[in-house]
Ligand binder design. Structure first.
Ligand SMILES: [Zn+2]
Length: 509
């Protein structure tokens, strides 16, 4: 073989092995172009994020044109101003929600972000509305939830426009203003606008959330007859009477503290029973006997301490209210109805968080088991109320859960009422086109092989048809949203923008 031929063959072989690597993504040059444009606009993106973080957009009393108060309306106006300065058409839907739009076509792809924030709280190192940059991070309430991601989506759309890429669908970056407080921003949007054909909300984790459990919050309550209330002071029976039970602050948080106020003819006996029960169970219960006599019966205060946890993972907590119920179930009450109610609660719920004894065991592969969180406990001699937060797996329905629930409470006098929330599950199979696209783009941009995630719910994706949550958090990233010293790292802001640019392009092309 002549040397020249050898070289030609060698070059040919090299070229052949190199080609498949180079053609892995048909879009490679498109993606490179988009990524470069995102880098070029880095300063604008940082400034826009800072601008919005500086506006305190916590929900407040409604005003004309500002249904969620002055702050959210100001943030919406600013975001739309930034959008129109970048050359996008904008629409403000009466201060509820607004959007920037680009492109042509009947159908559109949506990125649904939110501009409202939760209150800042205490414990900040840097001013919560200062948007100061330290160590490459923008600090402030809303930096990652969800103002940074909102601007990332807008600058992603700008990159697509500047790259002059042909799109088959319009694209909207939608700015909601009441995500944190449960609406009705998206509801107002859907009254006036057609729904998107696909899209995502940049308000959770990468690569994408493919399953969000169904969620319901409501009261389980019962009216009681206080059958010893008239004679307790004149004619003590030696019976125990509950004056009040109180525990918890919200439906979706496991109570870390609950208190019972009790009257008893022999308070020392109750206190001793409490100590013995605490010793036996390991529950943190303590009894304190009031100094002065209240008629013949003296008051005892029993405090139960547990551990708080989010309603989507109640098994991580220790329910102080149900610990208290467990102890009270061992006592003989003067009121037979109160006694019955407490024993029913202890037997049918107790310390369980999966609804097993209530007949609510439900489980599926995509999303795991049903969770039940007793978030609130309130009782007087006349009424017992438990605030429940139930999250059920995605292949079950509201009727499945409530059918079984009503069966268990039948004949107990308890009713389900005062509904606070009722969201259907959200489920896109992992091989659905939307989840596949978001997962592939994420893998191409980051080189990571994470798979789509199931959560206890619920994001904006439950309110807007045809979208799922995707980003801005990396799997396993430290959670800073809703906490002091919330921040978004500038590197992450840029990377997220690159991923979103490719996402939007792939969904809208
Ligand atoms: Zn959010």
């Amino acid at each position: 073989m002549k040397i020249l031929e050898f070289f030609l063959i060698a070059i040919l072989l090299l070229a052949l092995t190199a080609i498949p690597v180079h053609c892995q993504s048909a879009n490679e040059s498109v993606v490179e172009k988009l990524n470069a444009l995102v880098e070029k606009d880095k300063e604008g993106l940082i400034n826009a994020t800072q601008d919005l973080v500086k506006i305190k957009s916590v929900r407040d009393v409604p005003q004309a044109g500002a249904p969620f108060g002055e702050g959210p309306a100001k943030a919406l106006n600013r975001a739309l101003q930034i959008s129109s300065d970048l050359g996008f058409a904008t629409t403000n839907l009466y201060g509820y929600i607004g959007y920037a739009e680009y492109g042509q076509g009947d159908e559109y792809v949506a990125v649904l972000a939110h501009l409202d924030v939760v209150p800042e709280g205490d414990g900040w190192t840097y001013p919560p509305y200062g948007a100061e940059i330290h160590d490459g991070k923008i600090y402030g309430r809303g930096a990652i939830d969800d103002k940074g991601p909102a601007m990332a989506a807008l600058y992603a759309l700008k990159a697509i426009r500047d790259a002059n890429l042909p799109l088959g669908k319009r694209v909207r970056v939608i700015f909601g203003c009441s995500e944190e407080t449960g609406g009705p921003d998206v509801e107002q949007y859907l009254l006036r606008e057609k729904e998107p054909v696909s899209g995502f909300t940049p308000d959770a984790y990468f690569p994408a959330i493919y399953a969000e459990k169904g969620l319901m919050s409501f009261d389980m309550s019962k009216n009681l007859t206080d059958d010893i209330s008239d004679n307790i002071s004149e004619e003590p029976r030696g019976d125990i009477r509950i004056i009040s039970l109180q525990g918890g602050t919200a439906y979706n948080i496991v109570p870390d503290r609950a208190v019972a106020r009790i009257q008893a003819a022999d308070p020392d006996q109750v206190a001793a029973a409490c100590d013995a029960f605490a010793g036996m169970t390991g529950y943190n219960l303590s009894a304190e006997i009031a100094a002065e006599k209240d008629g013949a019966a003296r008051t005892i205060r029993i405090t139960s301490l547990g551990k708080a946890a989010h309603g989507r993972t109640p098994e991580k907590g220790k329910n102080a209210a149900m610990q208290l119920i467990a102890f009270l179930a061992t006592l003989d009450m003067g009121s037979a109805e109160m006694s019955e109610a407490i024993r029913f609660l202890n037997a049918s719920i107790g310390m369980e968080t999966d609804g097993k004894s209530f007949g609510l065991v439900m489980d599926d592969e995509p999303s795991g088991n049903l969770t039940l969180c007793v978030g609130l406990l309130n009782a007087t001699p006349e009424r017992m109320v438990l605030g429940l937060n139930i999250r059920y797996p995605v292949t079950y329905s509201f009727q499945d859960v409530m059918g079984r629930f009503n069966q268990t409470i039948e004949g107990t006098g308890f009713v389900a009422e005062n509904w606070q929330a009722n969201q259907s599950p959200l489920y896109y199979p992992k091989d659905s086109p939307l989840i596949m696209t978001l997962t592939r783009v994420y893998a191409e941009q980051t080189g990571r092989n994470d798979s789509a995630i199931a959560i206890g719910g619920g994001t904006y994706a439950k309110e807007m048809p045809n979208i799922v949550a995707s980003g801005p958090m990396m799997p396993g990233q430290e959670e800073v949203e809703h906490q002091a010293n919330e921040y978004i790292a500038i590197d992450q802001l840029i990377n997220v923008t690159k991923i979103y640019a490719q996402d939007i392009y792939e969904l809208a092309k």
